[in-house]
Write a protein that binds this ligand. Structure first.
Ligand code: BTN
Length: 328
């Protein structure tokens, strides 16, 4: 699937920087270095993608509303100073951003490469689940990281990504109570608003690259029937529409902060474990059913030193390695 034509983003940025005036086709053509007929064609493409542009060839063009597309030209200036600056790749339609990011990691993509899509047609969740990825309603984002860490630290990094999503949502909508569910579901009032799929390529002792894939439900007003009981969006939870550009900016900034702290701060590993447990209502004292090794049930007893969930069962403490944990 094709990466978004970078000239679309440049036109949007040019129109945004002249938000209140009409910009002539000639000026756009000169600034971008393309012909006038190409400008016309690209403006038609932007309109088809839902960008509201007024005017025509004779008068010039004007943005009628700030577009909420996750274009590199729009996002990059907002994440300056992070590892993601100037490393953003955008797709209108993609199979899965995680698949593309894993392929890019394999081909040598630098740390901090970000893959964003307006829509995924094969979005993947943990286990065998799909990730519902409606057009321009959520954030579908995968980042490539190359930490100098052993593979055993990948779980801690994944928990840190959960903390990053938690603080991004909290920063955008401070009135909303956000909860974490091990290993990294993000919930509002018990319903899932975001999920994280961490995948890696490693040697026995060394990570080659890790892809952190994050899906956040932002402006969905409806979910397929099988998800209606368990999924929510920021819009459903708050009653208002949100700027995905703002949510995505907050996400990349907090991810940058969590990652930098994990690599540089003394005691970061323990701090992540502690903060995760503080922000999760279910890692301790919660009656759960675990779908792993034939299934078992018990009461959660916090995280162990490696980040795995501990459950007290009738036969003693058991460690949940990867199974689905459901509250009973
Ligand atoms: C889960 O909760 O099961 C994890 C969901 C992860 C979804 C995101 S959306 C962006 C990235 N691309 C994918 O195919 N999956 C992740």
């Amino acid at each position: 699937m094709q990466k978004t034509d970078a000239r679309l983003g440049r036109i949007v940025r040019l129109l945004m920087s002249h938000a209140t005036v009409v910009v002539s086709e000639t000026k756009i053509a000169e600034e971008i270095g393309i012909s006038r007929s190409e400008v016309w064609r690209l403006v038609q493409q932007l309109r088809a993608l839902g960008v509201s542009i007024g005017g025509h060839t004779a008068t010039g063009y004007r943005l009628q509303a700030v577009p909420d597309l996750l274009l590199p030209d729009v996002l990059s200036p907002l994440v300056q100073g992070t590892i993601f600056d100037n490393q953003i790749h955008h797709y209108y339609k993609i199979g899965s951003t995680n698949t593309v990011a894993m392929e890019a990691g394999n081909a040598g993509a630098p740390e901090g490469s970000v893959f964003l899509a307006e829509r995924q047609i094969a979005g993947r969740g943990r286990g065998a689940h799909n990730w519902y990825s409606a057009q321009s309603a959520g954030i579908y984002c995968s980042v490539v990281l190359r930490p100098a860490l052993p593979p055993s630290e990948a779980l801690i990094l994944s928990l840190a990504a959960g903390l990053a999503v938690h603080s991004a949502i909290q920063a955008i909508a401070p009135a909303v109570a956000v909860d974490l569910k091990w290993p990294n579901d993000v919930l509002i009032r018990g319903k899932k608003i975001a999920g994280i799929l961490t995948e890696m390529n490693s040697e026995a002792t060394r990570v080659r690259y890790i892809v952190i894939g994050i899906g956040i439900n932002v402006n969905q007003t409806i979910f397929p029937s099988e998800l209606q009981r368990t999924a929510t969006s920021l819009r459903l939870a708050t009653g208002t529409e949100w700027s995905r550009v703002e949510v995505c900016t907050a996400l990349l900034k907090s991810l940058n902060r969590e990652y930098r702290d994990l690599l540089q701060k003394p005691g970061a590993h323990d701090l992540i474990l502690r903060r995760f447990q503080e922000r999760s209502s279910s890692t301790r004292g919660c009656q759960v059913q675990v779908e792993e090794n034939g299934g078992f049930e018990g009461v959660t007893e916090g995280l162990d030193q490696r980040g795995f969930l501990q459950v007290r069962t009738a036969h003693g403490i058991r460690t949940v390695l990867s199974g689905t944990v459901r509250a009973k």
